[in-house]
Design a protein around this ligand. Structure first.
Ligand code: ZN
Length: 70
C-alpha cells in the first residue's frame, strides 16, 4: 500500500506545538521521515519546524523502502 505523501514530514512546515509522537521520532532521526518505519538507514535532507525566529531545519532519515527525495 503506498504511503500517503501527507505523512512525509518533509512536505510541510511543522507546528512544534502539534507534533505527534511519530513526528517527534522522525525529527529525532529514529523513524523514517516518510513512512515512520524504525529501520532508518539513510540521511534524507531536512524537515522544517516553525519557531519564533523562523523555520528550523532538522536533518531526517529514511528507510530502504522510501525515496531520499521529498
Ligand atoms: Zn520509509
Amino acid at each position: 500500500m503506498p504511503v500517503p505523501a501527507a505523512r512525509d514530514i518533509r512536505t510541510r512546515d511543522l507546528d512544534p506545538l502539534a507534533l505527534t509522537a511519530l513526528q517527534r521520532d522522525q525529527l529525532a532521526g529514529t523513524a523514517c521521515a516518510r513512512c515512520g518505519s524504525p529501520d532508518v538507514t539513510r540521511p534524507a535532507g531536512y524537515a522544517y519546524v516553525l519557531s519564533r525566529s523562523g523555520r528550523l531545519g532538522r536533518p531526517v532519515k529514511v528507510c530502504d523502502n522510501c525515496p531520499q527525495g521529498g
